[in-house]
Design a binder for this molecule. Sequence first.
Ligand code: UDP
Length: 308
Amino acid sequence: MKCLVTGGAGFIGSHLCGRLLRDGHEVICLDNLFTGSRANIAHLELDPNFSFMEKNVQVPFFAKVDWIFNLACPASPPHYQHDPVETVRTNVLGMMNMLDLAKTTGARVLQASTSEVYGDPLEHPQKESYWGNVNPISRRACYDEGKRCAETLCFDYHREYGVDIRIIRIFNTYGPNMAKDDGRVVSNFILQALRGEDITVYGDGSYTRSFQYVDDLIEGMLAMMKCEGFTGPVNIGNPGEFTIQELAQKVIGLVGSQSKITNLPAVDNDPKQRKPDISLAKEKLGWEPKVPLDEGLRKTIEYFRRVA
Ligand code: UDP
């Protein structure tokens, strides 16, 4: 297949591009390098089936492709809140451009949506049928509402123009190639533990998240792209749930660090808990995550030891 991966030089995008090439596909990687980096794809650039284009997904783009994976958008709170208007544009205009491309070429388009569409959820664990609890005027809304609008666009293009859509809702994901300045909890804690700095827990550490290793996500993403007759949305995440305090202790233990945990003020509109219900992914895709947290953290720690 000829594939277009927007956000292909980012953390998840770079893993996806590598996997598509290994599976024998051709890949065009489009990225404006705002949070992505050329270093993430350096090993792919030697492959004749790979091409990189430094472009913003907000600008219309044409290429004759079969599969479009739309991943372009800064995903960590500090990055997407840095220029919130730009985040909305990327989500909404980027999605429209990719849907227009799919409409013109007949390509199938997979949208990388997010568990953030559930906001600070009142239902736990979250099923796809839950409509969410999002504050539309909070600092997170540029991302949450942008991603919600992108899902709306997918379904409107599907109903109005018959565009072939797939939507996955990605829960917290970690692994090699996360940016050092990403500001997300796993990369922050690992880097702090490696440097012997205090581990910064926001609030009292009782909030929960469920962490998925990136290889599991890529499997789920490909299963969804290949699946016939199912648009989603479907949750792709690891249902193992941990408090942020537990994560901090685990990272300190695995690194063998002397770091201490310090509690900083809680952040604005931080969802208190998050855990996917993955029964739909199991039923429709025969998919479930395989990598336990300790094993994934060990691989991620190895990566940060090399690059930090
Ligand atoms: N968090 C933390 N310390 C950090 C970074 C994040 O305690 O250095 C907390 C954050 O407040 C949230 C959880 O970890 O409760 C996950 O945050 P992250 O930004 O990784 O992802 P998201 O909030 O998008 O799930």
